[in-house]
Design a protein around this ligand. Sequence first.
Ligand SMILES: *Cc1c(COP(=O)(O)O)cnc(C)c1O
Length: 245
Amino acid sequence: MSMDTGWLADNWAQIRRRVDAACREAGRDPADVGILPVSKTFGPELIRAGVALGMRRFGENKVQELRDKSAPLADCGIDWVMIGHLQTNKAKDVARLASEVQSLDRLELAEALDRRLQHEGRAIDVLVQVKTSSEPSKYGLPPEQLPGFLNVLRGYDTLHVRGLMTLAIHSSEPAEVRGCFRLLRELRDRAMVQDHDLTKLSMGMSGDFPLAIAEGATEVRIGTAIFGSRPYPDSYYWPESPDAA
Ligand SMILES: *Cc1c(COP(=O)(O)O)cnc(C)c1O
């Protein structure tokens, strides 16, 4: 291996230990909480090193990056997971390259993905992204629209709805952050009465995952704590965030 990736192995082992500890703290089985490595801004060489450490799924935020990375890593058998805001005109590449989309937040996008997936002869897993805070910067479906949206999604054979995803409010107040995660779990619990397959809760990132695990996360999306800090500010990914100026 050309890179010195001992630090990556250390980070990977350490985040698993921290997730396990948060599970024990919450009285949960660590086997019930997966870690999705978020590789946005990092290149194929580092992702390949992650694969060598046992990572199989990677979260990406932008379709262009997914395209650029998937080609040189085609031999790795990676499952690419889209976690960023998606424009409908990018549905074609997503339908071709992604195994899962966690940022499904509107009907127009479901229609575009379905059309492209039919063309590809594929079906993918999807999570519905729900807006759980009143922050203007966060994408996602308003909670009150979720039941109707899930009903409509049942009509799409190419989209297997597995659960819900959210980004919590960016706040130094743990109770506020936790409230976002709790709301997502409550919405999932209500939806599960109708649809038993809706088990997944993708919530929690490097800075707030213990709170998400306490509220029932089944997958935490971890970037910084695995790969280090990113060369771009988050406003590059969340263009509407308040610090985007
Ligand atoms: C970047 C990103 C993450 C990971 O964030 P970290 O704080 O680096 O762990 C999780 N979810 C989404 C949607 C992201 O864009």
